[in-house]
Design a protein around this ligand. Sequence first.
Ligand SMILES: Cc1cc2nc3c(=O)[nH]c(=O)nc-3n(C[C@H](O)[C@H](O)[C@H](O)COP(=O)(O)OP(=O)(O)OC[C@H]3O[C@@H](n4cnc5c(N)ncnc54)[C@H](O)[C@@H]3O)c2cc1C
Ligand code: FES
Ligand code: FES
Length: 462
Amino acid sequence: MEIQQDLRSHIRFYFDGELRTLNSVRASDMVMRWLRSEAMRTGTKEGCNEGDCGACTCIVGHLNEFGVIQFRLINTCIYPLSYLDGGWLISVETLSRSGSLASVQSEMLPLNLSQCGFCTPGFVMTIFYAQISQQDQTPEEALAGNLCRCTGYGGLIEAAQRAQNLPIDSAFAAEIQKVEQVLADLSVGGFSITTGDSRIDAPRALQQLLDLRDHFPSATIVSGATDFGLWVTKKLDKPAHIILTKFCKELVSMNPGPDGIEVGASVSIEDFGKVLLSEYFELREWFKRFGGPQVRCSGTVGGNIANGSPIGDSSPVLIALGASLKLRSRRAERIIPIEDFFIEYGKQDLHPDEVLVSVLVPRRKNIKRLVVEKISKRYDQDISIVLAAMAEFSGGSSRYRFAFGGMAGTPALARKTMESLNPDDLASDFSPLSDHRADAWYRLAVSKNLVDDFLSGSSFHE
Ligand SMILES: Cc1cc2nc3c(=O)[nH]c(=O)nc-3n(C[C@H](O)[C@H](O)[C@H](O)COP(=O)(O)OP(=O)(O)OC[C@H]3O[C@@H](n4cnc5c(N)ncnc54)[C@H](O)[C@@H]3O)c2cc1C
Ligand code: FES
Ligand code: FES
């Protein structure tokens, strides 16, 4: 089969007043390595190198469909360099390029919010993002993806609060206008780069993605890379061939319909969460505890499902809501209930030539109550011990759907308990494992309590 050959063999992006063209990008290259070792911008720090601490935080902007730059907060340690294509990279040095500090930096100075200073550039970027994105969030929510190991958080929270009320600096506003014009002339995606034994393909359309998947079944599909990045930085994998999905138009679109919302698999958790919230207000707590802002801005709904993790936070919610998945190959398209996608631990119903294209989320309509409870050791940016999603439907025969993460090798329905409405039946539905997060007995006990509370109408997050 022929794969389209007239593709660029480089990426281009805007950084500190210049257009950068990079030819020899490898599948394992992350933005942080490039910034610190090639661009020599060492303000960005390496802390954990696994997306947890936020020391490496930067901002990336791409034009949206209206030609306006949409900014994203990213952990550069696990953000593939190739994803900068067609975008604007903003590092901590960018903020004071004109010779004077950005207003958020001036506000931070007298607050005594830094000791060793290692985390500070990451906090500066997150606080700057809070200023330019002006989201409806508490300062604690804005900072949930950044860790400081030596200073108290009082000053940092104060700085984030102030930033949310500061207007965007006029110099930065002017730069946005200039860069929007620069980016308008750049293509976004549509490249194929081979560097030594590494290859990156970045299709712009679903058909090209399916052709590539068909032709290279052993290549790794990479969406937000918040799992993939760790395979590179922690397992030290050297991926030979990756296929990026986020430049693929069909995978980043959302189509609201009367019965449901079709959400492209590469829509970020941030955008997906906001759409879900507009239909299911009960998910606010769930959304803000899903990773931190950096993870939500990069990670995608498709990656969260396709990784098959038993402790992924979106699958139990989508199972409880009765969502379906659209899977496509060059041969065919299939739509399956999401719960059928998870066969057993590490095994999903995804053929080697298929990709997950979208998630079909039902409209609220006959869902009377929805309660989602995440049990984890830390409140912010932690992986679930158990995630329970419980929905009550009006009318019809199956009035309840209870879905759990962390109770089995896959996210799954508690079928017997849904029928009997007896929380003790969870012991028949699941035989959870003990691991470093929690013992099996704890998982069962906490799940029973959650079902009990739901049925008695006394859930914490009603
Ligand atoms: C610090 C940190 C905090 C986290 N917190 C949470 C959390 O609170 N809750 C949670 O659930 N997860 C969390 N995660 C895990 C991760 O961020 C999510 O699972 C995320 O949604 C994965 O999506 P991605 O797009 O980044 O996946 P990727 O890393 O791009 O891909 C993950 C897997 O899915 C496959 N894949 C991706 N897209 C497709 C597709 N369209 N078709 C077929 N296969 C595909 C890839 O090949 C890969 O095997 C966290 C991760 C980090 C690093
Ligand atoms: S170095 Fe810790 S998140 Fe990147
Ligand atoms: S000031 Fe030392 S880690 Fe934050």
